[in-house]
Write a protein that binds this ligand. Sequence first.
Ligand SMILES: [Zn+2]
Length: 617
Amino acid sequence: MGIVDEDIARVRDATDLVSLIGEQVTLKRVGQRYVGLCPFHQEKSPSFGVNPVMNLFHCFGCQKSGDAITWVRDTEHLDFVEAVERLAQRAGVTLRYDDRNQQKDRSRKGRLAEAVGVAIEYYHRLLLDAPEGGAARRYLRSRGFDGDAARQFQLGWSPDGWDTLSRWLQQEKKFSRDDIVGAGLAFVNKANRLQDQFRGRLMFPIHDARGEPAGFGGRALTDEGPKYKNSPETPIYQKSKLLYGLHWAKEAIVARADVVICEGYTDVMAYALAGAPNAIATCGTALADEHVKLLKNLTRNITLAYDSDSAGQGAAAQWYRWEHTYDLSVRVADLPAGQDPGDLWTSDQPKLLASLEHARPFLRFRLDRALGSADLSTLEGRGRAAEVAAAIVAEHPSELVRDQYVMDLAGRLEIDADILRAEVARPKERPRENQPSRNAPPPPDDSAAPPPRPTVVVDRREIDLLRWVIHEPEVVADWIDEPLLLDPVARDAYELLVSTHDFHEALAAAHGATRELLERLAVEEPTTDDERDTLRARLMVNTVFPVAEALRARLLRDDDDRASEIKMDLDALAHAREVGDWVNAQVVAKRLVGWVVDAAHAVAPEVPEMPVVEQAE
Ligand SMILES: [Zn+2]
């Protein structure tokens, strides 16, 4: 593939690793080596070292090590070829490729980036000088941004003509039609003529992580057309991989060990000008897995500077998954309701930085928000608040974290911690769609009612299980059975999955909350660091534990002796799980699965004796 070996070696030799790493990590000389705080894991005293003689780095804390290419790959989330290219550019080495197509592809991308770069300059000059750019300049001033800010962020103005930019690029800069269209700067209209992509808009240039021009976000200055418009997807503009401002925020993100994620371009500018240069924004899309992968190489701490409504309604489960998968810690900036950072920049600048200082952990933020609208002055109000709060706490995947919040809430709501703990652990029941529950609770008193849940809350364990059912059924196929699912929505989804031929058929047959759940699971790949056997055991244990616990409680109530047998298995299971003996855990879990399935089949037809149950294959 790719670059000729000789050139790769030349790039490696030409790169001074100490100065390369020094761009992102503060290094101190100690004897022959340089040491600093490791960017790949959280630490307070330096265990990360660079050996300038061998041109290698190594961390004694997390064992990460490598050369200049590894470094660029890992910190900038680039592939091997991209990393070599980035270093070649830095060291002034011209690369040769052993594959002609690849060489063509690379040089085309280079030309597209060049066209976007020229367009950035062009738009920028018009914003600063052109009389027609007056409206854009006035808008910026009204948002508190002066000429220096416009220069710092290379803002631009796209003229309102049909093809002003396209003509200029072709006539003055000799770019081909193909490159102009390929760069997303224009499109071919019905008359087979180039028409500019952006017209009459305030332009925010977007670069990739290396600082190469990639595209634009353009804001309308009138009410015509969409308020924001971004470059179309091109070979160099892929919105799921781009973050606005990342190339200039990178250093500050590492230095401050925190990244502030905003929703808008002017929010990023506001934070940077206020003294928080570690802010970035997505480019007209929600934060995606690719973005998070890019960011976690720089820091594990994320502060969401979203308008408090969107932060509260964001997919909590996804944030918890990211926290878990990438070892992130997510906080939410303390922004006044209905205001974004750009608003604060014009109205109350001190509050802008304070919003970061007073950022709260994600779960704390969600709880405060829910409790903020509850009436805590009456017993009933506190009870209802406790239910809402317990549902929020229950979504968090860590038992330790859940328990800390249980204790805290118990104090705030003056409710017994054990009762609250049980509420958190209880699988949530809710009426099914189009099927009113027979013993529905009386309609709530409007004045004290908690705010409606933004999205369906489904038991976290069962969601995890379904994720495997959909994406890698062989992990669960030989033991999963319907009675193991307690959550009505999860159970509905499972029934559809096993009664249809493929996922699409199941989805087509699903409605309401079940459909919502399936759609979500379709794009959520399951993740694990476990070996297959351990994973299998862990899933089985997590699934069967609460169900077996519920069965035991029921048998106990009926004075059924089998309750004590199940109790023994549950104890054995808890022990095996605690010591990490997954072989044994799986044996016991399998027995409990048998109990649960047998009992469910025994109850359904209401036969007095335990019937002979066919074992599931
Ligand atoms: Zn490390």
